[in-house]
Design a protein around this ligand. Structure first.
Ligand SMILES: Cc1cc2nc3c(=O)[nH]c(=O)nc-3n(C[C@H](O)[C@H](O)[C@H](O)COP(=O)(O)OP(=O)(O)OC[C@H]3O[C@@H](n4cnc5c(N)ncnc54)[C@H](O)[C@@H]3O)c2cc1C
Length: 467
């Protein structure tokens, strides 16, 4: 069997693995990043990312106390120690990345100046990752790692952790040529989570994974969670996912995801099920909308209804969230009709029910009594508009799953924990597959990049100091 001896082995060469590796290598540690992808530009969510480095939608450079407060308020179940670690260190992760030569731009939003990896993608239609922020930044981090004597070992799938007396001392991996034993003083699980594993999605997130769009790279197969659990780590916090709402044809047309998505349009209008009735509070935004759709008996049966004032006005055309004209440019389509009864017929909905739903909704919009609707309707970022101006439109939807929430328990240094709270020496977790920050009834989403950058830095720093 081939044997590789290093100080640090990171499993997965997305941002979480690369940041932990670069940080440890900067302190002189010998580092290998095991990456199962074989291509130079192996697919991973970090490469495909849009690149917004926010903390629960707030600018990452906001005051620490503000970030701590908003995260705790949004998700009461979040672990205070981790909330504090993120609030305190996200800006340090930004500093570290800048020192590494990763470039950001600032762009203004309703919540303030956000950081975004440069160069930004268009957010038009389809997956235009090459040469944009995620891709360019990963290439830069790999160059830095190589210059410090580290390497990405491609075509290497980690399969199990090597444990000795409760301490993690390495990883067993598989390569095309056979098994590889990697002996390491510290191992970082950074494998990108479990959303691409249909069995795990079925068990942990939603009953019909075959009718949900994987809005992410296919690498996240849950290997890290499985390995850590076998090594005695506590796993949990599942049940919700981060994602967006797309045209149903995104299931087979790659130009309809990751953009355009219908999250904002649904906040201005309404989503109905096959019975022509609303079934969720659209005001909570795209992550909640996608989770609600995924829980339907048939997750491909949801339909968004809006009018021409929305399609031609701000909801349809505002940037970066508008779907007009990207939906059509990307090969998407919609049902359109001069009245609601004809629209219902085209969309296969019961006409009387749809008319009644729209009537009740319009009255609530007009009177401002949206909370009286059933389900009640919240107003967050976008104020609902009446569905009143012909032609009326209907678009069949699907739920896009970007990353599953929940995973391995960690402390503020990103060290893996057992159920009794004790540390598993030598084992760290960064990026997607952690518990204690996201989830809860409103599917609170911290930010995939925030987790990858900040926990990657914390893991790399702790390793640098302790081995
Ligand atoms: C289209 C899209 C847009 C997004 N936009 C944003 C955004 O604007 N802002 C934001 O905060 N987040 C965004 N995200 C989410 C964010 O990009 C991810 O959460 C983050 O990049 C995940 O980083 P990671 O290192 O944890 O995982 P990944 O980038 O998925 O990397 C994991 C790596 O591990 C490898 N791997 C898996 N299993 C093994 C194994 N057993 N052995 C070896 N290697 C393995 C995989 O091949 C992969 O390369 C977006 C995601 C997508 C897909």
């Amino acid at each position: 069997m081939n044997i590789l001896k290093v100080d640090v082995a990171s499993i997965g060469a997305g941002f979480a693995g690369m940041v932990s590796a670069c940080r440890a290598a900067k302190s002189g540690k010998k580092v290998a990043v095991l990456e199962k992808g074989t291509e130079d530009l192996y697919a991973c969510s970090s490469r495909w990312t849009t690149g917004v480095f926010s903390t629960l939608g707030n600018p990452t450079l906001s005051p620490v106390e503000h970030l701590e407060q908003v995260i705790s308020k949004a998700n009461g179940a979040a672990k205070p120690e981790l909330v504090r670690a993120i609030a305190e260190n996200a800006r340090r992760a930004h500093e570290f990345l800048k020192e590494e030569g990763v470039r950001f731009i600032n762009y203004p939003t309703a919540t303030g100046q956000q950081l975004m990896l440069a160069p930004p993608r268009s957010r038009g239609e389809g997956l235009d990752w090459e040469g944009h922020g995620g891709d360019v930044s990963l290439r830069r981090l790999e160059k830095n790692l190589n210059e410090r004597g580290g390497q990405i070992v491609r075509g290497t799938r980690a399969e199990s952790l090597i444990m000795e007396n409760g301490v993690c001392i390495g990883v067993n991996a598989m390569q095309a040529g056979g098994p590889l034993r990697v002996e390491a003083k510290a191992v970082v699980i950074a494998d990108g989570g479990y959303q691409a594993n249909a069995e795990m999605v079925k068990q942990l997130l939603a009953p019909r994974p075959d009718r949900i769009l994987l809005r992410a790279a296919p690498g996240g197969q849950g290997d890290g969670i499985r390995m850590a659990q076998a090594a005695g780590a506590d796993v949990g916090g599942f049940g919700k996912f981060y994602g967006h709402v797309h045209h149903r044809d995104a299931m087979k047309n790659n130009r309809l995801w990751p953009y355009p998505h219908f999250d904002a349009m649904a906040e201005f209008s309404m989503i109905v099920g096959p019975d022509g009735r609303r079934f969720m509070d659209e005001g909570w935004g795209g992550v909640c909308q996608a989770n609600a759709i995924a829980q339907l008996e048939d997750p491909l049966s949801a339909i968004i209804i809006f009018d021409n004032a929305m399609w031609e006005g701000e909801p349809g055309k505002a940037r970066p969230t508008g779907v007009n004209p990207y939906l059509i440019n990307g090969g998407g389509w919609m049902h359109s009709a001069p009245d609601l009864a004809s629209l219902a017929e085209k969309a296969g909905l019961p006409a009387a029910a749809l008319q009644e739903t729209v009537r009740g909704y319009n009255e609530a919009v007009k009177s401002g009594r949206l909370g009286d609707l059933s389900p009640a309707r919240s107003v967050k970022e976008h104020k609902p508009m009446p569905i009143a101006v012909a032609p009326f439109h209907a678009v069949p939807l699907c739920a896009g799953l970007t990353l599953g929430m929940g995973g391995i328990a960690i402390n503020a240094h990103a060290q893996a924990l057992r159920a009794d709270g004790s540390i598993i020496p030598g084992l760290y977790v960064a990026g997607t597959p952690v518990q204690g920050l996201e989830g809860g009834p409103r599917a609170t989403y911290l930010g995939g990049l925030c987790k990858a950058f900040t926990l990657g830095l914390l893991a790399g720093e702790h390793i640098a100091l302790s081995i």
